[in-house]
Design a protein around this ligand. Sequence first.
Ligand code: NAD
Length: 493
Amino acid sequence: MTVTSEKAVQDLLIDGTWRKAANAHTYTAHDPFTGEVASRAAAAVPADVVRAADAAERAFPPWAASPPAERRRVLWTAAGNIEARAEEISAAITTEMGGPAAWGHYNTTALAEKFRHAASAVHEGLTGELIPSEVPGRTSFAVRRPVGVVACLIPWNAPALLVGNSVPYALAVGDTVVMKAAEQTPRTHGLVAECLIEAGLPDGVYNLVTNAPEDAPEVVAALIAHQAVRRVHFTGSTRVGRIIAQQAAAHMKRAILELGGKAPLLVLADADLGQAVSAAAFGAFANSGQGCVSTERIIVDRTVAEAFALRLAALAANVTCGDPRDPHTALGPVVGPAAITRLSGLVQDAVVAGARLLAGGTAEGPCFTPTVLADVTPAMRVYREESFGPVAAVVAADGPEEALRMANDSDYGLSSAIFTRNIPLALDLARRIDAGMCHINGTTLDDEPQIPFGGVKNSGYGRSGGHAGLEEFTELQWITIEGPEPPRYPISE
Ligand code: NAD
């Protein structure tokens, strides 16, 4: 089934068939800019999730046994389908989460590339190693094999791109998937699902579940509890990540957790300020700051902090925000009224505690203006709490060591950046920064299909993408074959 009008309902995809929820309930997602209905979708209940996981379980043995070249062909075709429907997917992203066309197209391009990368890694993901044995004549080796059913829980903020951090890699190594859509973006996820099905995935290999927000706890719990599910890949907040981790542990399942961030960008005294200002503005404001790797804390050497903050504020004042359908708009709305309240609260708390508001800080309807706060201190909430909005907090530091100490003074550890012309120093700091990713003279807001994307501390564990990402969806098995001389056991005939 293809949803063709706004009134149509995004159905569940279970075992190759589009279906209503078991109780026929639906829910409504709203356009964050207009407030109008963006999409309607099936509101799955636990019974639907069980059915989807059952289908994925049945589909697993033949998919795992399929020739790698067959999986490569399907994934490669899916990439082409995504590109062919980029306009449609991008429009759904604009309607459902408010990203302008540039964000929508970045999502589809990146997703297609992730599918191509996974397609090219169908062999790499399953290679093993020959291990010399202490037993004469024995052949000993370790092989990677697919795990079974993978539960992929996708967020709304980069709703197409982030499908690519789990789904193509699980499919590439022969696993089957139950993907849970973000409640805000069911149609975007439905369109991606159509691209995959039309690429020729056998029934049940990929299943899509949509659910009403209030049903998320029991739907997610049912998915994790299903006996066939062997991995849980979750992208979302640290708060929910903790719940997922506990449930996965209770069922003895491995989770890959891509959680929140509070990315620091360090600007040392000798940095190219123009480059640092541009990277900070892009990192802090792109997608209205709604990225796990968005730049949140900008820790600047005190000798250049004022000049840096003024230049960043001047740039922020020129970034347009408003209607995401207007081609001149750089930043669309934030995801909803609760985000406006949260961001306003963070700015107010900082200003009351002595921060200087150099740009933005206000809501314009459903948008939040690009904001620069200077003189931010550890006493302010914005120093520690993830804003997940277009808020750049500038903190002054006395030298590289204090900048590093402040960077590590966070519960999070996802992305980071260091601006300096002193590369040996930057490398030394990068090795000591508590972050899964560190960019020297580049933005924190970065990703490529072949890299190990992920964090430390409260930003989660496990890696997405690249060789490490493939390994997450496989199990390592040791196999031995005895040689011509039969083994002699202490107990034997
Ligand atoms: P969220 O954690 O609030 O919601 C994510 C999903 O969790 C929801 O779609 C919902 O289905 C589910 N959920 C909610 N309550 C649940 C419960 N009690 N039990 C089980 N499941 C439940 O996240 P969000 O607000 O939608 O997304 C923003 C967060 O995601 C930010 O913290 C951001 O940094 C993070 N994020 C991380 C990455 C990454 O790759 N590390 C990428 C994007 C976003």
